[in-house]
Design a protein around this ligand. Structure first.
Ligand code: ADP
Length: 533
């Protein structure tokens, strides 16, 4: 025993709490969902912002290219500056310089279109075919890299981890399509980098907040569920340690499945303890009942041992008494078996059907033959001979025999038993009336209890064990019937049993179920291997 409890104790410490399990599952699920969601949102925002930046850079490239495609020769400082700055061009052509009002946007080139180049993020450089810078704005000119297609754009990361967009474009003469140079535009993408870092940190914080909230809420929810479960297992452990414990789950006041479970659990414990109590009582009653015949037999045997061998009268008497006690024990054991079996009717005879008219006629006739000194009559009112009730025929016989036998056993002068039967609506009733000693109101409440006898000594004389009515009641109730008694002390008793009558549909249903059951049983017995498996 200590070994087993130590093992179970070990098992308990190893189990992972439902709270931990549930909370980690929820936290993981929320975290993964957030991660996926964040990744999708982040990527979309990134793509969108990057495409805006590319548009800006391409716009600058196109403005420059449009100006440069008119140059026939290779790009040089002289022809490029002239093309890009109208002011220079005007002066070179001998015209006046741009006025202050014309030059109002104060860009490097004084050109409204080119002023876009003055975006502080954007630096442009123009290279000739020998990779020499012929023009650039800003402090450091973006470097030219080799590229084969007409244009190329790449995003590179600087040392600080900021993304920088480079756009490279070949410049060809408008009419000859001859390559004259290259345009390189570098975009620092400040707003893009700011947006990306803000989005990232917002998502990080949001994820942390979401996961923490999910953990908190799921912890509260699960704790709410686990608390009553813990209470239940505590009560179960207490009852396990002491089967007589009165520990029960307190009212949960939650109106849900757990409340229902707790109620069923308490009901189960009540029932289990009642059964244990009944079982104990039964064992003690049985031992008590067996003690008397065993003591009687023992007494006779010791008497025989001492004097009986030489005294034929004692020998004869003792043997007779021992046989009669042994028979009583046999009878008692049979009755106890009947009582136990009566509790399992639904398992053994679930579809049995009997015709009460036929059974009544037979039993009353048989009892009349066995007790010729008694007038046992049968009176039937409104009971169709075809009326059927759900009961195993042998059990209906047993009930009737117990009641008629009691009537005979506890009779006085009037040796008469009147059995009557009738039907009203969906019920049929059988009444067994005797004119014997009767039962007091006090005893009427107890006669259906096991081993209860009104007058122990007299009943024993009559061969009663106090089990007959318990068996009859168990049988009747197992077949959904009722049994009761009316009695006047000194005048007689009337035992009434009522059974529901079967409709034609009920009969068909029970018959088909019985056929099915028999088919299954014969199938099982013809294939013992499958039954075993
Ligand atoms: P038993 O086998 O001892 O008769 P029962 O359970 O049949 O046991 O009956 C219990 C007790 O009820 C009997 O001991 C008897 O005192 C009383 N009793 C039963 N039937 C009758 C009856 N018809 N008239 C008077 N008393 C009865």
């Amino acid at each position: 025993m200590p070994k087993a409890s130590a093992a179970s104790g070990k098992k308990e410490t190893r189990h992972v709490s439902l709270i931990v399990r549930w909370v980690s599952i929820v936290a993981m699920t929320i975290a993964v969902s957030f991660l996926v969601f964040s990744a999708v949102v982040y990527n979309t925002v990134k793509q969108e912002a990057l495409s805006q930046q590319k548009d800006t850079s391409n716009e600058v490239v196109n403005i420059l290219r449009k100006r440069l495609v008119g140059i026939d020769d290779e790009l040089e400082i002289t022809n490029v500056v002239q093309q890009l700055s109208p002011n220079t061009r005007r002066i070179l052509k001998g015209g006046p310089a741009l006025s202050q009002s014309e030059n109002s946007n104060s860009s490097v080139f004084g050109d409204t279109v080119l002023s876009t180049v003055t975006n502080p993020d954007v630096t442009v450089a123009i290279y000739n075919l020998r990779n020499e810078i012929v023009f650039h704005n800003g402090d450091s000119a973006p470097k030219l890299v080799k590229f084969t297609s007409e244009s190329k754009s790449v995003v590179k990361e600087n040392k600080k981890g900021k993304s920088i967009l480079y756009v490279y474009r070949k410049v060809r003469n408008r009419s000859t399509h001859k390559l004259t140079g290259y345009i390189v535009v570098r975009n620092q993408m400040t707003s893009y980098n700011r947006l990306i870092s803000r989005t990232l940190s917002a998502m990080l914080w949001l994820s942390l907040l979401g996961v923490s909230l999910a953990i908190l809420i799921s912890y509260l929810v699960v704790r709410n569920v686990v608390k009553p479960i813990n209470k239940m297992s505590k009560v179960a452990r207490e009852v396990n340690d002491d089967p007589n414990s009165t520990a029960r789950i307190p009212e949960l006041h939650r109106n849900d499945e757990l409340e229902e479970l707790a109620l069923s659990f308490n009901m189960m414990l009540d029932r289990m303890q009642k059964y244990i109590e009944q079982q104990k009582q039964f064992v003690s009653d049985v031992s008590h009942e067996l003690r008397t015949p065993v003591a009687v037999i023992e007494g006779h045997l010791s008497m025989l041992k001492r004097w009986g061998k030489d005294d034929p009268q004692i020998l004869e008497e003792s043997i007779d008494a021992s046989i009669s006690e042994a028979e009583r024990m046999k009878h008692l054991i049979q009755e106890m078996l009947d009582l136990t079996r009566a509790e399992q009717i639904s398992v053994h005879y679930p579809n049995a059907i009997a015709e009460p008219m036929e059974v009544l006629t037979r039993v009353v006739g048989d009892m009349g033959m066995v007790h010729p000194d008694f007038k046992i009559s049968l009176e039937v009112e409104d009971l169709d001979p075809d009326t059927k009730i759900q009961i195993y025929q042998g059990h209906l016989e047993q009930i009737l025999i117990i009641l008629i036998d009691n009537g005979i056993k506890y009779s006085t002068d009037r040796k008469e038993i009147a059995v009557s039967a009738g039907q009203s609506g969906q019920e049929m009733q059988i009444v067994v009336q005797d004119y014997g000693e009767g039962i007091s109101d006090e005893d009427k409440k107890k006669i259906f209890n096991r081993f209860y006898r009104v007058d122990k000594a007299r009943t024993r004389e009559k061969g009663g064990n106090g089990l007959g009515l318990s068996i009859a009641q168990k049988l009747v109730e197992s077949y959904h019937g009722t049994i009761d008694v009316e009695s006047v002390l000194g005048q007689g008793s009337q035992f009434r049993i009522i059974f529901p009558v079967l409709s034609d549909e009920d009969v068909k249903r029970l018959q088909s179920r019985e056929q099915q059951k028999q088919a299954e049983e014969s199938g099982e017995s013809s294939n013992p291997q499958s039954a075993e498996s």
